[in-house]
Design a binder for this molecule. Structure first.
Ligand SMILES: Cc1cc2nc3c(=O)[nH]c(=O)nc-3n(C[C@H](O)[C@H](O)[C@H](O)COP(=O)(O)OP(=O)(O)OC[C@H]3O[C@@H](n4cnc5c(N)ncnc54)[C@H](O)[C@@H]3O)c2cc1C
Length: 569
């Protein structure tokens, strides 16, 4: 009998007494791939451990299935109490990361972008031999199932469907912006994933038949879950690895209020870019001085663990759309199209910027009246770090992104803000809009985004009242906006942009992959932690640099490629 345990039932002795071939730590995007692929071999016994609950055993919750990403505001799917400092100065703010079987795939925006071939050439140049475009492309193809194309560079049989919203069905706001961009010389492309050119493209989504396809749905289907050699343990928190002789001997987990050690021949860390470095640090692998400050015995001095924290910064320029020009409720995806363009700044590569055209900004009736241009530096250079708290509670790490601390990022984001403001002020677009604004850090916005009938009703009432009373609309928008003066001198504008920019949900780079002779590298090109024989990292944390794409597809690709490597050994 296959065993599927969760934190709600006693942990079977068959888990505690067994020595698994592989324990996969973290059942998120990459963890689901690794557990699924490694257990294809019937003699390879795999245990997948996840801190969150399993909501994918039967039909997933409606908020997860919805192709508007409603689930990310639902606290049952995310880490409670996780905060991050976005800027070099300023307090830490709540930061959303998934804590659920399926990880980010259960809450993400479903924008399925591959990145540019040059992104992966950059990985190879950074010492990740074999991870250039020719080395990674077969794994993108292996995981994808393009719903519209069955020839050329696309994957056609993989578990992750790729769907695009036909331009003919784009709502009025997206159509108007498309025509303005065309008149500004931006080309229209068919597929952002197979083209490296700048231009406006339909947004690819990992959805099929109007529902989200998550990593568990794609990789842990019923047939996979029935495998005798795959065990899934949820609601179990991995505290640390027990190390000796440069090997991981066991993993120590907290489950049902007790601490349990589980043994395996090999451990694959797939806890994501925030938690994988934290687990290594708690286990004694990291910068020696930091470990000592935290009272942790040093097993290996690896300064790179937790450094090189990368993310895409985003500034949303929002607008309340007039009635008749709004995103129809029935069109669930919020971003129909994406513009890739080049900042042409010194020291920055081509195609370094992305603009998301968002027809709505929340699941509730008021959010459906507000569109936005999401401006982002997609080849960003600012780097932050993950560290442990020195206090007794080291479960949640200290996260500092230091967004826009690199001058190139700040400069490009300031220009992007000007670009967005000009687009929304264009004669073709502005008649659709009653008010342009930059959302501030308003508790009202966060509270209203929480799921529930009460918020649905409240936002419906607010939206109707704003439609009939323009002074109320102006007052309410002012209440939740970050104040700015578009005519202010550039220096002041830069300060405003620095304050108003937030991190996207694409942390990566904190267990950087590269040449094993580089002292700052954490894992070699096979994913193995330098200096350890049976410890591998496979998730977004190993990316040496950030790709010019949202990170879901690249993370699946990492899971596929490392699984393949392990299986071939
Ligand atoms: C709100 C949101 C929106 C996003 N939108 C998009 C998008 O539209 N497109 C896109 O490409 N990408 C998007 N992403 C990013 C994408 O989801 C991530 O890049 C991807 O999921 C990373 O995969 P991972 O396996 O590295 O980590 P995760 O998917 O985060 O998985 C890590 C897993 O490990 C578990 N874990 C962590 N620590 C422990 C522990 N100590 N013990 C046990 N389990 C543990 C976590 O609970 C989690 O399930 C989004 C992410 C978020 C959060």
């Amino acid at each position: 009998m296959r065993i599927v345990a969760d934190g709600a039932v006693p942990i079977p002795s068959s888990i505690v007494d067994k020595v698994f071939d592989t324990v996969v730590i973290g059942g998120g995007t990459a963890g689901c791939v690794v557990a699924s692929r490694l257990s294809e071999s019937p003699n390879h016994h795999v245990l997948l451990i996840e801190a969150g609950a399993d909501h994918s055993r039967a039909r997933e919750p409606e908020s997860v299935l919805d192709t508007f990403p409603r689930s990310y505001t639902d606290p049952q799917f995310t880490w409670p109490g996780l905060v991050a400092a976005q800027r070099e100065s300023g307090a830490a703010e709540p930061f959303i990361q998934a804590r659920v079987l399926g990880g980010g795939s259960m809450v993400m925006g479903m924008h399925a972008l591959r990145g540019l071939p040059a992104d992966f050439e950059e990985w190879q140049d950074a010492g990740a031999t074999g991870w250039g475009w020719d080395g990674v492309r077969p794994y993108f193809q292996k995981l994808e199932h393009d719903l519209e194309r069955d020839i050329g560079p696309y994957g056609t049989k993989g578990p992750i469907p790729i769907w695009r919203h036909s331009p003919k069905e784009w709502p009025p706001f997206a159509q108007a912006l498309a025509s303005v961009l065309a008149s500004g010389g931006f080309a229209r492309g068919e597929d952002v994933n197979s083209s490296s050119e700048d231009g406006l493209y339909p947004m690819p989504y990992n959805t099929h038949g109007g529902v989200r396809i998550t990593a568990p749905k794609a990789y842990l289907k019923e047939g996979v879950r029935r495998r005798q050699n795959l065990t899934i343990l949820t609601q179990a928190f991995v505290r640390k690895l027990l190390l000796s002789d440069r090997q991981a001997q066991a993993v120590l987990i907290d489950v049902q209020g007790r601490s349990v050690a589980i043994r395996a021949r090999q451990f694959v860390l797939s806890a994501g870019a925030i938690q994988s470095p934290a687990i290594l640090l708690r286990s004694g692998i990291g910068p020696a001085s930091h470990l000592r400050e935290c009272g942790i015995n040093v097993a290996a001095d690896r300064p790179g663990v937790g450094s090189n924290l990368l993310n895409h910064p985003m500034l949303r320029v929002a607008c309340r759309l007039k009635t008749g020009k709004r995103h129809p409720h029935a069109i669930r995806p919020h971003g129909n199209s994406v513009l890739r363009y080049s900042s042409q700044k010194d020291g920055c590569p081509a195609s370094d910027m992305l603009m998301f055209i968002l027809g709505k900004t929340s699941w509730h009736p008021l959010g459906e009246t507000i569109g936005a241009l999401g401006m982002s530096v997609y080849k960003s250079y600012s780097r932050g770090e993950i560290r442990l708290n020195q206090s007794a509670d080291q479960d949640l790490p200290k996260i500092s992104f230091r967004l826009l601390s690199d001058e190139r990022d700040l400069e490009r984001m300031t220009d992007a803000f000007g670009f967005a403001a000009a687009l929304l002020a264009h004669d073709t677009v502005s008649p659709m809009i009653s008010k342009v604004f930059v959302p501030g850090k308003s508790p009202l916005i966060s509270r209203l985004a929480l799921p529930g009938f009460r918020n649905h009703l409240l936002s419906y009432g607010l939206s109707k009242a704003m439609d009939i009373a323009p002074p109320l609309e102006r007052w309410l928008i002012r209440l939740v906006s970050a104040a700015y003066d578009a005519a202010a001198p550039k220096r002041e504008l830069r300060d405003f942009v620095r304050e108003a920019t937030v991190g996207m949900f694409h942390p990566c780079g904190t267990c950087r992959m590269g040449s094993t002779s580089d002292p700052d590298v954490v894992v070699g090109p096979d994913g193995g932690v330098v200096g350890f024989r049976n410890l591998i990292v496979a998730d977004a944390s190993i990316m040496p640099t950030i790709p010019r794409a949202n990170t879901f597809l690249s993370t699946l690709m990492i899971g596929e490629k490392i699984s393949d490597h392990i299986a071939c050994e």
